[in-house]
Design a protein around this ligand. Structure first.
Ligand code: C2E
Ligand code: MG
Ligand code: MG
Ligand code: MG
Length: 279
């Protein structure tokens, strides 16, 4: 009797698992075609100097306009792309497209700003990554100082490999930032030896900075540490005036978040933000 119940639960479980797997396989197959079919597009979230309030850069964030499932956020396909290896061609498309947009805006006469692009672990592990980045910059004609690559703490785990990779990238003249800072399991050891330019404080700490003394302490400590290490520091997920005032008080350099703007399509970044910068 017990065994039978168990069997039924097991059957239901495997049916459910099958559906999940099927949907994953489907999505993965769709993704292979999506690049050719131009179903991916980029949105940009502007970044601001907290002292002057001026826009100083933007982060490129990928979206997928799926023909049947509709608009998919990156969290629903980036992990899958990571697993299947499709993140490599997708990541290259993102990098090239972001550089092309930035170059076009410069040619249109807007004040030059830096574009940040997220790198995935698979991309970061490529031995020829710096050559690929260099080739894209040259092809597009974008000066390297207008590109920043975002890596996460987990990518610094093998410090020797990370050092080699980052040195090759830094030689190009681009900037490197640590995204989601504070959420990784890595030690702080890498901060003194790796050539990085910026820490991006994860938005989970910024979220409750006015409510939770521990979060306030963490944000304050990260900011102070960044200053001592001569790194730039950006707060992610700034949603309220109160958070902004707190961050300004900590001398946090830059901010990104819904208070300023959600990520927006390229033409909106142009009409709402770039056009308001002095050219
Ligand atoms: P991320 O790199 O940390 O990007 C910031 C995320 O926080 C974005 O989510 C952005 O929309 C969201 N965000 C910004 N300000 C606020 C705020 O004030 N409140 C809240 N609640 N959220 C805010 P998005 O676009 O859904 O991207 C999620 C993650 O997907 C990114 O986190 C990044 O890790 C990954 N991702 C996005 N585009 C790419 C890409 O081209 N390549 C790779 N490898 N990963 C990407
Ligand atoms: Mg990022
Ligand atoms: Mg991230
Ligand atoms: Mg982040």
């Amino acid at each position: 009797h017990h065994a039978k119940e168990h069997d039924q639960v097991f059957i239901r479980y495997t049916e459910a698992m099958k559906k999940v797997t099927q949907s994953r396989v489907e999505l993965e197959n769709d993704m292979r075609k999506a690049l050719e079919r131009n179903e991916f597009f980029l949105e940009y979230q502007p970044q601001f100097s907290l002292q002057s309030g001026k826009m100083v850069g933007m982060e490129a964030l990928v979206r997928w306009n799926h023909p049947k499932r509709g608009l998919l956020p990156p969290n629903e396909f980036i992990p899958l792309a990571e697993d299947s290896g499709l993140i490599v061609p997708l990541g290259e498309w993102v990098l090239k497209t972001a550089c092309q947009h930035n170059k076009k805006w410069q040619l249109d006469g807007y004040e030059p700003v830096c574009v940040s692009v997220n790198l995935s672990m698979r991309q970061f592990r490529q031995y020829n990554l710096a050559d690929k980045v260099d080739a894209i910059l040259k092809e597009v004609g974008l000066e390297s100082k207008f590109l920043e690559l975002e890596i996460t703490e987990s990518m610094t785990f093998d410090i020797e490999t990370a050092l080699n990779q980052l040195q090759s990238l830094k030689r190009l003249g681009i900037h490197i930032s640590i995204d989601d800072f504070g959420t990784g399991y890595s030690s702080l050891n890498y901060l003194k030896s790796l050539p990085i330019d910026r820490l991006k404080i994860d938005r989970s700490f910024v979220k409750e900075v006015m409510l939770d003394g521990n979060d306030a302490a963490i944000v304050s400590t990260i900011t102070t540490m960044a200053h001592h290490l001569k790194l730039k520091v950006t707060a992610e997920g700034v949603e309220s005036e109160e958070q902004l005032e707190f961050l300004k008080g900590q001398n946090c350099h830059e901010g990104q978040g819904y208070l300023f703007s959600k990520p927006v399509p390229a033409r909106v970044l142009e009409s709402e933000f770039l056009s308001r910068l002095a050219g």
